[in-house]
Design a protein around this ligand. Structure first.
Ligand code: NDP
Length: 314
């Protein structure tokens, strides 16, 4: 890889264009600093952190690495202005916003000297990001875990189309856990990749061990994108998922879905380790993840696979 020619490594001042997704209940300071120390960009996931917890994670991350790291701010959680204030007060230099309007914070953060990327699931919203002046766009395909777009556009179709319509640096996400997938995404037009599921099953992720182990057992077809009426989310087909399916089978009543979802389902599953009643968010690529590994090993594997994936003959 010619890293001196890569727009993502230049933008974030990192060694490799590998970004760790800011996943709720996984992406604390340990995971983010481990990824940054390997030469990628670690992101603290603010979505599952009360403001004081976020501040503590940022401070610990600064102690654990002298490399660049960022914070992911999913805009569907409360206390957004307070989260942004803490990010500024703590001197964070990079913010990835998602699940909201890129116009809300981009210009303000850039005026304070921060780099801003925004996550989208369609070409239409990628164009809006460019209009909002973001520094980079993350385009996330249907394969991805957790909250996702309604249109079910796969990474393979999304990346070339976004590439055709925007000129900003482009980061591909969704369905990337191997170096070969990373290379494919970059051949399709991405300047870098954002990886979630593979980093969820690492020693350093803050999720429950039950959940990390479960990820390694998942097979093709074990996840599904559901709850499009609320906020679409890809989750494991467990007992809780089956309860939602029953509601759908009985007539798709939105109130029943909200009642069944209740509060803190994601925390119950991924943080507290309840594999039946919890909401378990992970990407399709979990079928390719067989082991919980330290971040350093994941990184070495990614780079080695990237380098060893050859040019197919036709
Ligand atoms: P919930 O909205 O059910 O509950 C909030 C969770 O976030 C709790 O676990 C809470 O921790 C934690 N949390 C972290 N920081 C804060 C904060 N500043 N204020 C309040 N709570 C905080 O969480 P979900 O992750 O399931 O959903 C997140 C958003 O997505 C909500 O807006 C929800 O309506 C929406 N949504 C989610 C869906 C889903 O599938 N999860 C589907 C549809 C919509 P603690 O328990 O320690 O208080």
């Amino acid at each position: 890889m010619q890293k001196d020619q890569n727009r993502i490594t230049q933008l974030f001042n990192i060694q490799y264009p590998i970004i760790q997704a800011g996943m709720i209940w996984h992406s604390g300071w340990r995971l983010a600093s481990a990824v940054s120390n390997c030469g990628g960009l670690g992101l603290i996931g603010a979505g599952s952190m009360y403001p004081d917890i976020l501040r503590e994670n940022i401070r610990k991350c600064k102690q654990a690495t002298d490399k660049p790291f960022g914070v992911n701010v999913p805009m569907l959680y409360p206390n957004l202005d307070e989260v942004i204030r803490i990010i500024l007060e703590e001197g964070v230099k990079i913010v990835f916003t998602s699940a909201g309007n890129p116009k809300t914070y981009t210009e303000m953060l850039q005026k304070e000297g921060l780099k801003v990327a925004h996550v989208v699931s369609s070409t239409k919203f990628a164009i809006k990001c460019e209009e909002a002046g973001v520094d980079a766009v993350v385009a996330e395909g249907f394969e991805a875990g957790g909250h996702n777009g309604r249109d079910e556009t796969t990474t393979f179709c999304l990346i070339p189309n976004v590439k055709k319509h925007i000129s900003k640096p482009l980061i591909a996400a969704g369905g990337i856990a191997l170096g070969s997938q990373m290379k494919a995404a970059m051949i399709l037009g991405a300047d870098g990749v954002q990886i979630g599921s593979r980093f969820a099953a690492t020693t350093e992720a803050s999720a429950h061990d039950n959940w990390k182990h479960k990820i390694t057992e998942l097979q093709e077809g074990d996840t599904h994108l559901t709850l499009k009426e609320l906020a679409p989310v890809r989750m494991v087909k467990n007992k809780f998922f089956n309860e939602l399916e029953e509601i759908y089978n009985n007539g798709r009543n939105k109130e029943s879905l909200i009642a069944s979802l209740g509060r803190a389902r994601a925390k119950k599953g991924m943080f507290e380790g309840d594999m039946d009643e919890g909401e378990l968010e992970i990407g399709q690529v979990s079928a390719l993840i067989d082991e919980v590994l330290p971040v350093g090993t994941v990184f070495n594997n990614l780079l080695e696979e990237f380098r060893n994936t050859g040019n197919p003959v036709i």
